[in-house]
Design a binder for this molecule. Structure first.
Ligand SMILES: C[S@@+](CC[C@H](N)C(=O)[O-])C[C@H]1O[C@@H](n2cnc3c(N)ncnc32)[C@H](O)[C@@H]1O
Length: 320
């Protein structure tokens, strides 16, 4: 896997600056959540996954350990697993071990450091498996071009971790339709979604008692300071996460604690006291609601598995 070249990095910096200034110029200031994941952000996310309050990882792991054989049977032999937003590639390993002669593994992630470390580990742990990693935005067709290096075979997109929840229902529909456009009839989608539940449980998961999520959220400001020559004072922002029952999502914000301004690459941005930057959404679905979404994108829901407390669901769907 190649790291982005200098000129690619410069292009990424320009896109980052454009997105930051555009987002902070809106009435409701907002930043795209993909920028939460630089190397530090990815490491903080790994710590979040280990927190007691963040039940999602454990619920998903319970489902995988209980139903892995069934999942592998549904996927069938000689499949190529594509994982958009693979992160540390930990979750896929047990699936790859369970599959009958997988053709290969194609992880895509926007964070090159975490992906490169994971690729090295996986090559040692799964010798003989063809792995080709791609650094890039999984919603960009460019990031999928490396799939052409694999022989024709059944492809299954593996999308765990409730990453689909970071997209609004409309954008989730667009993203799944895009994934589908990269696949052929008979190919599959194995995807994790967090289920609608009690607001107290949800809010605790995104505002944990150890304040790791707060550090993860604020890291986006650190990143803007470091990469875009900005002067955010972290002490002037607080982490806030709350469940919005009508929109069925947990929203993560950074609240400005006083009226002040910040310079970003020479542009001044004003913040009122109490004004927020909206940094992430995590949408929650019922099984029926998610099946309905899948149906709109050209995937046919095949089955789903849930944990005993019905906190989380893993769905398997096929391209029509
Ligand atoms: C919620 S984490 C999930 C990681 C892993 N799949 C899991 O389930 O633990 C999201 C991952 O997606 C990556 N990511 C987020 N937005 C992305 C994008 N637009 N393109 C590529 N990767 C992205 C992040 O770098 C991060 O590793």
């Amino acid at each position: 896997m190649a790291l982005p070249s200098q000129s690619e990095e410069q292009i990424q910096d320009r896109e980052f600056l454009r997105d930051v200034l555009e987002g902070l110029g809106r009435r409701q200031k907002a930043l795209p959540c993909k920028y939460l994941y630089d190397e530090t952000g990815s490491r903080l996310f790994e710590r979040i996954c280990e927190l007691d309050d963040y039940y999602l990882t454990r619920a998903e792991a319970d489902i995988f350990s209980k139903y892995l054989t069934d999942m592998a049977r549904r996927i069938g032999p000689a499949a190529l697993i594509v994982e958009p937003g693979a992160g540390n590639c930990k979750k896929v390993q047990q699936l790859l071990r369970q599959l009958d002669s997988p053709t290969g593994y194609y992880p895509i992630d926007i964070s090159p450091e975490i992906l490169m470390a994971a690729q090295g580990r996986m090559a040692a742990q799964l010798p003989g498996l063809t792995i080709r990693a791609a650094v890039g935005d999984f919603s960009d067709p460019e990031a999928w071009t490396g799939l052409m290096d694999f022989p024709a075979c059944k492809k299954v997109v593996f999308f765990p971790g409730s990453t689909i929840g970071n997209f609004s229902p409309q954008h989730a529909e667009d993203l799944l339709a895009f994934f589908k456009s990269m696949l052929q009839p008979g190919d599959g989608l194995l995807i994790g979604t967090d289920l609608v539940k009690d607001a107290v449980v949800l809010e605790r998961a995104y505002a944990d008692s150890e304040h790791v999520t707060a550090a993860f959220n604020k890291n986006i400001l650190v990143r803007i300071n470091n990469e875009l020559n900005a002067d955010f004072d972290l002490a002037l922002f607080a982490h806030r996460a709350f469940y919005h029952p009508l929109r069925q999502r947990v929203e993560m914000h950074l609240v400005s604690l006083k009226t002040h301004s910040v310079h970003i690459a020479g542009t001044r941005v004003y913040f009122e006291e109490g004004e927020t930057i909206h940094t992430e959404n995590s949408h929650k679905y019922s099984v029926a609601g998610f099946n309905c979404l899948l149906g709109k994108t050209g995937f046919t829901p095949v089955c789903h598995w849930s944990d005993i407390q019905r906190r989380y669901a893993v769905h398997y769907a096929q391209v029509n």
